[in-house]
Write a protein that binds this ligand. Sequence first.
Ligand code: BEZ
Length: 402
Amino acid sequence: MQKNQKNPYDRREFLKGTTAVAGATAIGTLLPTGMALAQQGKLKIGLMLPYTGTFAQLGVAITNGFKLAIEERGGKLGGREIEYFTVDDESNPAKAPENANKLVQRDKVDVVVGTVHSGVAMGMAKVIRESGTLWINPNAGADEVTGALCAPNIFRTSFSNWQTTHALGKVLKAKGHKNAVFITWKYAAGEQMMAGFKEGFEKEGGKLTKELYVPFPQVDFQALLTEIASIKPDAVVAFFAGGGAAKFLKDYQAAGLKGKIPLYGSGFLTDGVLDAVGDAGEGVETTLHYADGLDTKKDKAFRLAYAKTFKLQPDVYAVQGYDAGQLLAAGLDAVKGNVGDKAAMIKAMESAKIDSPRGPWTLSKSHNPVQDMYLRKVVGKENKNMGVAWKALADPARGCKA
Ligand code: BEZ
């Protein structure tokens, strides 16, 4: 950037820009409250999520969780009714800018909630940063979103990819594993989870001996499982999610590796898939910011409400969607539904303490959750909580200058 050129993503410049909008809407505050709210009309929320493909179930769980949080508030946020605009992003990074623009430019939504796939999130980021539209990311872990691409209008209620595997280094060390192989899809999420694990494991004196990749969203694992059998590492660590995770667990068992080489992963490997895999997941240990059996009042109430409403059991994706609704509610309550007062809304969201089914969490300066990472073990159909593997883990937010 040239000298004297203003950086629109700089926090002060961004908020200065929003005061013009706030000034223009300030006239609304001269009107009686009821009239002002009627003038504001419905709050437009854009959901950009995968509803087809390998991550389709994840998109549905996030949508359910988000809508549950809104319904618990009487279907309104900051006193305003909601109008939803939905785009199926198909987990396709090439279509991400076009899809984001459907919500931002065409539908002129007040807030975008999305997405699941890290590559799609990277494609959304440019559109979101340029438009200044409020963005709540309820899953995609791309480290850059709350790292080099962080901005005042960008929030995440899920995790950074780095966060989900970093604690595994300590876990493997405690089990006495000295070396490991990492297997994943070849795209940002897989590569960054691999790097987060490598950093944590090497700090503990372990060695990552091989990185194995399949193209996203392929699920042909046979050749790589044969390679793992010949390497005979102390442990295998994997990131797959949704339909791909279910297929990997079954193939790992069918290849005769289950029970021979212990399998670990970020918790997406076993979340939301246990009903589909028989006993192929049994004993797999993972780290994640949610687990079964947390046994808190909030989690119990959430699970009951979710099961009653959707006739489904919630998973980590549902929790992240629910918390996206809770975070948005915190912002909108603070400005009584006046999204034009972006500075006040952002301030309220930044300081929100989210009472989540996963346990309470707050946001880091770069707008990523600071949260406990649980060690989980598959027992039957549950990702059983085995305790906290890392208390209040914060992403390093490398490159964030906001
Ligand atoms: C990602 O692409 O960031 C991602 C997708 C599914 C589960 C977790 C992360």
